[in-house]
Design a protein around this ligand. Structure first.
Ligand code: FAD
Length: 299
């Protein structure tokens, strides 16, 4: 027998692990053509039986009605559970509570609760509405008072850009979970070591809730680098190098993107991660391929 390493051996171990839980994040489409792609992607991803599909809440509540309409329809038509994002930006507590009540009436029991960013942009200081919730932790407590919702909150493996230090960042996450959130979902990150270190810090601080990695497949390196810099996620030099010169070569770009994302999720699985949240940007293809690699298939 020769001693050549058989890569199938490690893959076999992966398939023998307990099934993984996945969730998919979408954003409210702005045009009819985008809405068509949105539903097409939901149609392709729903058979994977995600734990939930979530729909974001536009800056300053600009998508309030659309988010509600989309999550209601996802839930009633696709057969998967839907989660509505919600922020505190530019609204009083009474207005935010009314949105929560609207979700409840529509049968939505899952909420991703966020502070949100000011309309001027993510880097600008946040000024709460004079009668509003001042942070995600306060929002979580407010939602809890209104009903028995399953609440997710945001976490930042590279620290929230406005956190003065790690201690403040982790304390803030703990406040959100102690207020009644069931899990944290992370901001996108591309270096798994940032995630591992973050989880270690959180566990040391007594946080026991799941910290679900948010995975951003790189459909377009240019677009994702822009998003990343706005939300404080670093693009490691090795990642930029992999995509260098591929702007006009979509085929190679797509192949590199799937290899990069596969490498990231499989390393997380090897470290015992069993829950994943995928930022789909309303596209199914890369996420479908990744789910398949993780052994998540249509029922
Ligand atoms: P918080 O947890 O409230 O914290 C924000 C910052 O304020 C932290 O630095 C924290 O340390 C600090 N802070 C909080 N409370 C205090 C306090 N009492 N004293 C001092 N400092 C404090 N944005 C949208 O607009 N719509 C969406 O749908 C959306 N979905 C998202 C989903 C995920 C999974 C993630 C990771 C982010 C999402 N965002 C969304 C972005 C999010 O709104 C921003 O990252 C925002 O800047 C912070 O929101 P937060 O809920 O983390 O805020």
């Amino acid at each position: 027998m020769n001693a050549i390493h058989d890569p199938r051996a490690s893959r076999k171990v992966r398939t023998e692990r307990p099934p993984l839980a996945v969730s998919f994040e979408f954003f409210p489409p702005k045009t009819d053509a985008m809405e068509e792609r949105f539903w097409e992607s939901i149609g392709k991803l729903a058979p994977l039986q995600p734990r939930f599909v979530s729909v974001t809440y536009g800056a300053g509540g600009s998508t309030r009605e659309r988010t509600l309409r989309l999550v209601s329809r996802i839930k009633s038509e696709s057969g998967v559970d839907a989660a509505a994002h919600l922020t505190c930006v530019g609204a009083s507590r009474a207005e935010v509570d009314a949105v929560v009540e609207g979700y409840r009436r529509a049968g939505i029991t899952r909420i991703v609760a966020l502070r949100g960013d000011p309309p001027e942009g993510a880097g600008q200081p946040f000024t709460p509405h004079p009668d509003g919730y001042r942070s995600a932790a306060e929002l979580v407590a407010g939602i809890r008072r209104l009903g028995d919702f399953d609440i997710s909150v945001a976490a930042y493996p590279e620290k929230h850009p406005q956190s003065p230090d790690w201690r403040a960042d982790i304390d803030n996450l703990k406040r959100k979970l102690d207020a009644g959130a069931a899990r944290a979902i992370t901001q996108m990150f591309f270096d798994n070591d940032d995630y591992f270190r973050f989880v270690e810090r959180a566990r040391k601080a007594g946080i026991t809730a799941p910290i679900v990695p948010g995975i951003q497949p790189i459909h377009s390196f240019r677009q994702i680098s822009g998003f990343a810099s706005r939300c404080g996620a670093a693009i490691p030099p090795w990642l930029a190098e992999r995509f260098e010169g591929l702007e006009d070569d979509p085929e190679t770009h797509a192949l590199v993107a799937s290899a990069v994302a596969a490498e990231q999720v499989l390393e997380l699985v090897d470290h015992g991660v069993t829950e994943f949240h995928f930022y789909t940007l309303n596209r199914a293809s890369l996420v479908l391929a990744l789910a398949r690699l993780l052994g998540v298939r249509p029922d």
